[in-house]
Design a protein around this ligand. Structure first.
Ligand SMILES: O=C(O)CCC(=O)C(=O)O
Ligand SMILES: [Fe+2]
Length: 359
């Protein structure tokens, strides 16, 4: 069980970015200073720690489900592999996606469990899962997904209000009346790696609720070309804005570039697991600034003459394209790496040269 091993502490001598700590209970209580801290983090780096989220027990259970499942024989896991069509749900074997422009293969394996499948369980909506997932659906997976949804929906309601959007408008884009790309993920990085686990990317969806025990996650602060570690803090989630929310807000909220590297220092000798929940819009929602619904978004969109936030794609198409273009077997050359990109132009000028700098 990954939770029972005593892990070496995060080293003090690696370049690290400190994140603002936002208290979830204070946010829920409408505490003004806490909401102001959240807004600042969401409109600048797009990442923050969330304390007092109350999901610790469920997160620990998910680390165990991940360890049990990813320990299954490869032949069993491969029955659930994502494939090359841009589907997200299921298992992704190590080395199936590229991490950079040169086509370097990834070093991680992960398992994605659809929110829709958990909500319709035992009836599948999208796909089925390994027996180790099914066995823990009721006591671990569903409780984790339900609580993560509640956290992300609370944050979404706050952003909706602060963006000046009509009440319920963001919630409507994420309602459970249609299929969506929201999913839980468990990522496993083997010990002693020396290349990127997951390459530089922005998240595809709306909001990410992430749980780390070992280091490895890095962010590139806006306006820099420098990668900085995010230190895992026990009990704190790491939250970040994804592309869909950056686009809905006309760029007011920031979807920042990040990647997963081997854990730093002594930690690199250990297997690394992370657990995440991604809230994504309903598949049919078109990704575009909600300018007609908010003066703030309209003003931000007007300052974007190149229309970089108007994708024309639905959320389902956006996610499928980005996954498809990352798959090794779909790679034609360096251009396929650029074709996998989302709103990275927020961190970089949208040119091959600057994207190359992060590759
Ligand atoms: O493992 C992590 O810490 C982050 C993973 C990540 O960025 C992702 O799965 O999108
Ligand atoms: Fe990510």
């Amino acid at each position: 069980m990954p939770g029972l091993t005593k892990l070496p502490s995060f080293p003090a001598n690696v370049p690290t970015h400190s994140l603002v700590v936002v208290d979830y209970q204070l946010l829920k209580a409408g505490h003004k200073d806490e909401i102001a801290k959240l807004w600042h983090a969401a409109t600048h780096l797009g990442f923050w720690y969330l304390s007092n989220h109350g999901v610790d027990r469920e997160v620990n259970a998910m680390f165990d489900v991940g360890a049990e499942t990813l320990a299954l024989p490869m032949s069993e896991k491969m029955k659930y592999e994502q494939g090359d069509n841009g589907d997200s749900f299921g298992y992704k074997a190590k080395g199936m996606i590229v991490t950079d422009l040169n086509g370097t293969r990834d070093t991680v394996e992960f398992l994605n469990i659809a929110q829709d499948d958990a909500m319709s369980w035992p009836q599948p909506t999208h796909c089925t899962y390994p027996s180790t997932v099914n066995a823990r659906m009721n006591d671990a997976v569903i409780p984790f997904i339900r609580k993560s949804m509640a956290v992300n929906n609370t944050l979404l309601d706050i952003f909706e209000r602060l963006l000046g959007l009509p009440r319920g408008s963001l919630a409507q884009l994420h309602a459970m009346d249609e299929a969506c790309g929201s999913e839980a993920r468990i990522v496993k990085t083997p010990p002693n790696q020396n290349s990127a686990g997951i390459g530089a990317h922005t998240d595809f969806g709306t909001l990410t609720f992430l749980h780390n025990r070992l280091g490895g996650l890095q962010v590139m602060p806006p306006g820099t070309q420098e990668w900085l570690y995010v230190k895992p803090v026990p009990g704190y989630a790491i939250c970040n804005i994804g592309d869909a929310l950056a686009i809905f807000s006309g760029g007011v909220l920031r979807s920042n570039l990040h990647r997963v590297m081997p854990p730093p220092g002594e930690q690199s000798r250990y297997e690394r697991y992370s657990v995440a929940f991604f809230t994504r819009p309903k598949d049919t929602v078109v990704l575009r600034p909600l300018a007609e619904k908010s003066v703030m978004v309209a003003e931000a969109a007007a300052k974007d003459p190149r229309d970089e936030y108007t994708s024309g794609a639905t959320a389902g198409e956006w996610t499928a394209r980005r996954i498809r273009k990352l798959r090794v077997r779909n790679r034609k050359g360096p251009e396929t790496w650029y074709e996998s990109k989302g709103t990275e132009h927020q961190s970089l000028k949208h040119t091959p040269e600057t994207i190359r700098a992060t590759a």
